[in-house]
Structures are given as structure tokens and as C-alpha cells.
Design a protein around this ligand. Sequence first.
Ligand code: SAM
Length: 239
Amino acid sequence: MYERDKSLAQGEELRFFLSFVANKEMNVLEPMCGNGRMLIPFMQEGIDIEGFDLSVDMLERCREKCVDLNLIPTIYHDKIEEFSTDKKYDLIMIPFGSFSLLPDHLVAKSLENLSSLLKENGKLLLTIMTTSNTSEEIPNWAQTNRVEFTDDTIIEWKKVHYDEHENTLHTTIKYVLMRDQTVIKTETMNFRVRLYEENEFDTILSRNGFPNVTIHEVKDGYGFGRSFDVYECMTEKAL
Ligand SMILES: C[S@@+](CC[C@H](N)C(=O)[O-])C[C@H]1O[C@@H](n2cnc3c(N)ncnc32)[C@H](O)[C@@H]1O
């Protein structure tokens, strides 16, 4: 159901990430590419992009979608803190706050690894969840989205708890698939997202090889009225 709700990136979010691809000679890498939500629209634009993810299931969804679209993805099963290749990239991007899923002890190691994968003038784009742009707690189940398909409807319910000591948002999402007023299937997901304070992530970046950072606020990127911050980072090599 996550797949049906979040199949392919589009609109403002997609336009924003595509705007960093100056030409088709650029090599792009998407760590944590998941089900190919962003990777596939990039491939459809003829961009040379590779991706990797920890989840075999997510990579399988990506491959299935590519078969339907007659595309052959270059995707690997790997971890952001360990991925290695002889290749260097012009652009590395992690949309949708995926980087904020990483526990604190993997952050420095992952940034160091990403820095080693970039060309000298390469750029890293990271969508980061901050305390200023992330929604408040939802103590009781609340309906947060509804997607209508020809026969079915998916209703998203959410509960959110913020742990101030760990600066972590604990979210439970329940997707309910309905057909003719009847529940066909329910799927529940739990995840923890690290929320960064203002300037906190800039400091982490500069300590781990990315001293030059520009923050972009992308408005209406995940739907009207919702905005998120993308950190555009250059390595020390580029300065
Ligand atoms: C919310 S999904 C987002 C996928 C994609 N970035 C997008 O924009 O749709 C987060 C993804 O991060 C992956 N992931 C989590 N920890 C990871 C790690 N340490 N290394 C690689 N992938 C990881 C998960 O398997 C999942 O597919």
C-alpha cells in the first residue's frame, strides 16, 4: 500500500531534484532509493542514475515497476554506511527525509562515505527533517491522507509521538485499503525519525567533510501546504 500511495515522485519535489542535473553526462547516485520513487522518474528523463537500498523488498518493487515501464535499473542491495564502488558521482541525492531515519551512530560514517563517492565538484542533496518543519504530535489515530483509485481507496491513519530527550519522532502509520465500504487489507508501519535543531545539522555536515552548505526550502513538495528542507552540500575538495 505504501507502494500505491508513494509510487513515483512528481510535481514540485521532482522538479526541484531534476533542476540539479545540468546535462545528461552527469552521473547520479541515489542511496536509500527504496521503491524507485525518485530513481524511476530520473531514468525516464534519460539521466544516468544508480541507486541502492538496504531493503530487498523495496528493490524488488523498483525492479517490478521498471519492467512495466521497459526500463533497466542499476540498483544494488547495500547500506549507506558501507556502499563502495570505483565510480565517482556528480550528484548524490537522498530525498524524502530518508537520511533522518539513520541512528546518530551511523551519521558521521555515512557522510564520510558519501563524500568519498563524490567527484571533486560534486554535490550532495539531503532532505533533512528539522524541528521547525515537522508536524506536531498526534496522540490518537487521525486520518492524514486519502487516495482514490478506480475501485479502491487507501486511507492513511497516523499516530505520532515526539521524544524530546532523543529528538526523535516515533510515527505509526496504518494504511487501510477499502473497496465498496469494506476493509480489504490493513498494513502498519513504525519508524523513528531524528529531528535536527536549527544549525545542528549544518555543524554535523561541516565536521564531516561538507563545510559549504546551502539550505533550500521546497514548498508544496510533498503536497500543497507542506514544505521541507534540502541541504545542498559541497565537499572540502570542491573549495
Ligand atoms: C522512506 S523510504 C524512502 C525511499 C526513497 N528515498 C524515496 O524518496 O522514496 C527509506 C528507505 O531507506 C532505506 N534505508 C534505511 N536505512 C538504510 C541504510 N542504512 N542503508 C541503505 N538504505 C537504508 C529503507 O530500506 C527505505 O527503503
